[in-house]
Design a protein around this ligand. Structure first.
Ligand code: ZN
Length: 579
């Protein structure tokens, strides 16, 4: 009987699973894209539908659909198995409910809480009225699963308990707070974190709810003035604010399609932007933009548009996010909003105002230059401001071409030559860190330095790759055993090749030779270059001998070495003539 893992692999195509996260392009028998696990400009991430495997030549990660889900979602194996089993319609019969992963149980609990909040909204007039006044239509309420947390101490807690969830688990989800023992007046026990608030569920990249953001209902009671306008789920096993993007699931397709992600500040902005027909919008909750957020967006696009208030405070607040995004390699543009307004305000006034603001977006450096030329009329002062504010941004640009472009622009705007700007730029502190995006959960190990490859080792690797590739092929095109044997002659001692390395070599061979007409001709030429390298090595050794013999004045040794050199030259000539 097939194991669940085998069943799942049979039912799900790796291209579909991986394709959920990244846009795959056909490359021969395989598919290719930019790696979702490390920052790169050229695609070196390959997926083979034939072998059900993936591999990245940049960061050397690879594996099957399970390891892909583990890497990209930060799951453990169990969670990856459960997620893919659900998708494949495979029942994991031997699952003891107690063994269910904590994450899985928390997901069920949060789903139950979402439904509870949604129902509470439908039956309470006040929050419904509030949303209506804010211009949010019923369809958006449904789409974003907006809810309401009743103004009671234990409404949700009691509901979840009645559904069989333990107080400890409810606490783990971040939805209940345990009252300190010292709080004698209220007694021990739990109470709901969200009370009297509009609830916006925050999903993971698969769309399951992992946390909430709750907005206080204004004018609710006297207590509210002391309370924060927004509160969010704290850090839990599922919810990590440095990776959570509100609206991601709803925006994903559109971001990919438009090749642009728009970053706004609040949940209301996301919801109303959708209503205005701009769907490639996400928001971070209760934190500045992090490399974790960027890592998720990087799977879909490398272009980021930030919309914020054009006043000084707004610009200052966005600065850190701009730096982070530039260092991560994003192309960053800025849309400025009329003073004191957020995207939600614009949509409410007139949806086309939001469209106009986006249309007028500028590359972040153009944006700064424009702001400075408006606010600092004195050219010398402006030069100083450019050095302090703009050059650090230019230094963070990944592309040298972009750097040159903007240095030229800055020079023109200040009416000075480029040269001093380049000198200033070299003095600007280089950005700290590697700029690598630490992606998907646990992965952040730096790629180990690759030893410099010689042409010889490349030819050797290619031949080994052809062997492994043909070995696994149902109808091999060559005699694998014979080639393996020939190749062994070029190896000093047996070498052990890891499975990951094998997979890499197979992908390489498949890419290079998958569509060539005559594989044997390619192999012959590779073997020939191996022989040639070997002869050249012997030749330089013989030359060394010759030099030593001459220095020592040993005429016999000189003669021997000369003959050896001639012999090798002869062989090299033969090789080239018959090649
Ligand atoms: Zn990679």
């Amino acid at each position: 009987m097939q194991t669940p893992v085998e069943q799942i692999k049979e039912r799900l195509s790796i291209v579909d699973v991986v394709g959920e996260y990244v846009k795959l392009e056909r490359a021969g028998k395989a598919f290719r894209t930019r790696c979702p696990f490390h920052n790169e400009k050229t695609a070196s991430f390959y997926v083979s539908p034939e072998r059900g495997s993936w591999h990245c030549f940049g960061c050397h990660r690879g594996g099957d659909i399970f390891s892909f889900m583990q890497e990209i979602e930060g799951y453990d194996f169990r969670a990856a198995l459960e997620a893919l089993a659900t998708r494949a319609g495979v029942t994991l019969t031997n699952v003891n409910p107690k063994e269910q992963s904590l994450k899985h149980e928390l997901l069920r609990l949060l789903e139950e809480a979402t439904l509870f909040y949604q129902r509470a909204l439908l039956t309470t007039a006040e929050p419904k009225e509030y949303l209506k006044n804010r211009g949010i239509v019923a369809e958006s309420v449904r789409r974003f699963r907006i809810g309401y947390a009743p103004r009671e101490w234990r409404a949700l807690f009691d509901h979840l308990k009645s559904k069989g969830f333990s107080p400890a688990r409810i606490e783990d989800s971040g939805l209940a707070v345990r009252r300190g023992d010292s709080s004698v007046s209220l007694g021990a026990g739990h109470y709901d974190r969200f009370r009297g608030r509009i609830i916006f569920p925050i999903g993971n990249t698969e769309g399951s709810v992992i946390g909430f953001s709750g907005r206080i209902l204004p004018g609710a009671d006297t207590d509210t003035e002391k309370e924060a306008k927004y509160i969010n789920t704290p850090q839990t096993a599922l919810y990590d604010k440095s990776r959570a993007l509100f609206g991601y699931r709803e925006a994903k397709e559109s971001i990919r399609h438009e090749d642009l992600a728009i970053l706004v500040e609040g949940q209301m902005d996301v919801v109303l932007s959708h209503q205005a027909g701009v769907r490639n919008v996400v928001a971070v909750s209760g934190t500045a933009l992090t490399t974790g957020h960027l890592g998720i967006l990087w799977r879909l696009t490398e272009k980021l548009l930030m919309a914020f208030d054009a006043d000084a405070a707004g610009i200052a607040a966005a600065e850190r996010s701009i730096y982070t995004a530039l260092e991560a390699g994003f192309d960053v543009s800025v849309a400025t909003l009329p003073e004191g307004r957020d995207p939600a305000d614009l949509v409410r006034e007139l949806p086309s105002r939001w469209h106009d603001a986006l249309q007028g977006a500028l590359h972040v450096i153009d944006f700064y230059l424009t702001v400075l030329s408006r606010t600092v009329p004195d050219v010398r002062q402006r030069g100083r401001a450019v050095r302090e504010r703009v050059l650090p941004l230019v230094s963070r640009l990944r592309s040298e071409i972009d750097k040159a472009h903007f240095i030229g622009k800055i020079a023109a705007s200040l009416s000075i030559p480029e040269e001093p700007l380049w000198r200033e730029l070299s003095r600007v502190n280089a950005p700290k860190g590697t700029g690598e995006i630490p992606l998907a959960g646990k992965i952040s190990a730096l790629v180990p330095d690759q030893p410099v490859k010689t042409a010889q080792s490349i030819a050797h690797d290619r031949l080994r790759g052809i062997c492994y590739w043909q070995e696994r092929s149902k109808r091999p095109l060559i005699e694998v055993a014979a080639l393996t044997e020939t190749l062994a002659e070029f190896e000093e001692g047996a070498s052990v090749v890891s499975d990951a390395r094998k997979e890499e070599l197979i992908f390489e061979a498949e890419q290079m030779y998958g569509s060539v007409e005559k594989l044997d001709v390619e192999i012959k030429s590779l073997l020939q270059s191996l022989s040639e390298y070997r002869l050249r090595e012997s030749f330089s050794r013989a030359m060394e001998d010759l030099k030593r013999a001459e220095v020592a004045g040993d005429t016999v040794a000189v003669q021997t070495a000369l003959k050896e050199c001639q012999r090798i030259t002869q062989q090299l000539n033969n090789l080239q003539r018959h090649g």
